[in-house]
Design a protein around this ligand. Sequence first.
Ligand code: FE2
Ligand code: FE2
Length: 300
Amino acid sequence: MNAKTTLTYEAILGAQQRTPSWRVEDLIGGERQLDFTKSFMPEGLAGVESLPFLNRDQRRTLNQIRGHEYLSIFGLVEEFILPFVLDHARPRLRDDDHRVRALLQFAGEEAKHIQLFKRFREAFTAEFGTPVDVIGPPEAVAAEVLKRHPLAVAMLILHIEWMTQKHYVEGVKDNGDLDPLFRSLLKHHWMEEAHHARLDTLMVQALGERMAAFDQYLELGKFIDDGLASQLDMNLDGFRRATGRKLSASEESEFRKVQRRAMRWTYIGSGITHPMFLDSVEALDPLLRKKAEEIGPAFC
Ligand SMILES: [Fe+2]
Ligand SMILES: [Fe+2]
């Protein structure tokens, strides 16, 4: 499928209903515990193997810190996706029953994902032993994002949905080395996000006022990038406290360089360069695709 295929709310709702539903409690709690002897994130996102001066345990700890960051950043983004989807549904509750139901299901799933990421973060914090700070708070991030043009926000959400698909399909799906619980989190999230990406495609098409909105989408990218710089400091700080490892000046600068690149790829590059995202912006205006293609490589 590509973004040019005719998408309908009826077809998406049908697909949503055929996807087996799951509960947060099915994924975590009781017997289901995170296994800290394993990595949580695929190396393509974690970028820890390019730090040869860290030993194996230290690299795995950093990988887990990146997993913790992923949980908290998805917690942040779901907090603005939820009100945005509800606001998008609200003005046209009577027009199309399929549309209303598909969007409300989307919102309900994001509310569940917020809870899911929270539960995993609590489990992480309880077991990891060293507190690791995270950027936020979610309300402030949501307020900052939601003051932009709705099309800019819809583009960012589309970027995030496709990015999530890519993360799972390329790094997690066939990766038996990861902690099974973390892998199941990413799998179950992916299952529902596949429909969200299609609903977002329809939201982007519905919104209009392209150029100005695209610039605001880029501003949001900058906002995320600044947040990632702060999160990198917090990860490094957490890593130091968790491992007691002292880094020389050159090791620290290498650590920052490798991790900056990995974090930019995780949250920005893998979305803005996604072919499905590019198809959607091209459908709005071919110039926007060109712009996205010029900017994307800096985050890969
Ligand atoms: Fe989600
Ligand atoms: Fe989503």
